[in-house]
Write a protein that binds this ligand. Sequence first.
Ligand SMILES: NC(=O)c1ccc[n+]([C@@H]2O[C@H](COP(=O)([O-])OP(=O)(O)OC[C@H]3O[C@@H](n4cnc5c(N)ncnc54)[C@H](O)[C@@H]3O)[C@@H](O)[C@H]2O)c1
Ligand SMILES: O=C(O)CC[C@@H](O)C(=O)O
Length: 391
Amino acid sequence: MFKIQTLNNISPLGLERLPRGSYEVASEIGSPDAVLVRSADMHKLEIPASVKAIGRAGAGTNNIPVAAMSQRGVPVFNAPGANANAVKELVLAGLLMAARNIPQALDFVKKLDGDDHALHKQVEDGKKKFVGFELPGRTLGVIGLGAIGVKLANTAVELGMEVFGYDPAMTVQNAWKLDSRVKQALSVDDLVAKSQFISVHVPLLEATRGLINAERLKLMKKQGVILNFARAEIVDDRAVVEALAAGTLHAYVCDFPSNALKGNPRVLATPHLGASTGEAEDNCAVMVAEQIREFLEVGNVRNSVNFPEAVMPLLPGKTRLTVVNANVPNMVGQITTALAKHNLNIADLLNKSRGDIAYTLVDIDSAVGEAVVAEIAAIQGVLKLRVIAAR
Ligand SMILES: NC(=O)c1ccc[n+]([C@@H]2O[C@H](COP(=O)([O-])OP(=O)(O)OC[C@H]3O[C@@H](n4cnc5c(N)ncnc54)[C@H](O)[C@@H]3O)[C@@H](O)[C@H]2O)c1
Ligand SMILES: O=C(O)CC[C@@H](O)C(=O)O
């Protein structure tokens, strides 16, 4: 029986992928084999030694101590692209709300007073305060052309916008999906200087903290709009508030309210709603539950943010060893030597690496005894070892 601890509400559709005959799933559970999480901050939590994997039902993993988990040989999985459409749609809503002053106009309507005749007069007199602008011909800069950035850039092109994109590490897969009308910016500064709307879609990393700061805001076209549905820390709130007060920035649209932003009429803030659609919650939960299940049952790794992709079919009758080890020379040699010493025949072997981590799957024709397992576990550099019994 595998034990799964949930730290947030995870869609039941995802949890159904963990059959109750072999999985116990609960928010409070002793010695969990894996943890499923959304936005709960795991940095200050003591993560039990029993945890073999962490699954993030979403994209960003900045709430998980990924580096510490790598050192423990624990993979962290996420659900790339599973909530991208939900975020794209909310960004588009934000873009349109800012362009047409919709929140201010709705607020004006709420405060109307008097009989219908009086209301009509106030409407016709007042509407001139909310004159907006249309999107065709306007420039949008998208920083980060991943799952969300590519979808947004393509839709904005279809809406008639001139779109610039910047992403120094774009994947080939995303490059294939990007509309050829999206123009390449040469740097963040280049993109900022060219764009009236700027939308950030990068993970929170040291390199992206404060990416939009006072200096960059000065480079922007006048009356620009910043959209931040990535993470709060990527945009400097104080610099934004100053630019709004100076009238250089028209609006800041974000998913991350803060005290510095609260009450500012030019800030449109939603409460971290980017991925809050039934569809996105289901997609993320299903994807990550399936990945966790495959890892626990077969040792395969799909969509991990710290482990290499490692997928090898496990044939009936074979015992599988999964070994997480430091990415240094002669690890596979030492593992296979130990197996040979114990007269064990290797049916199949896969060794993949990513950064400092290497991951080896070894399928063996027979059962594996405790002595050889202990011998492999004792090899210097081995971080974690599991035996998956033959079925
Ligand atoms: N508001 C929400 O509810 C919500 C929902 C989903 C994702 N997010 C946030 O959005 C982020 C992006 O999500 P995604 O699904 O598009 O992720 P993704 O991994 O598909 O794309 C991120 C892209 O950013 C690029 N990148 C990294 N550093 C960069 C830099 N310095 N400059 C330019 N590009 C850089 C990467 O190369 C990658 O292509 C997530 O990490 C998460 O923090 C928020
Ligand atoms: O789980 C959520 O609601 C937010 C998820 C989002 O921030 C993400 O990074 O995928």
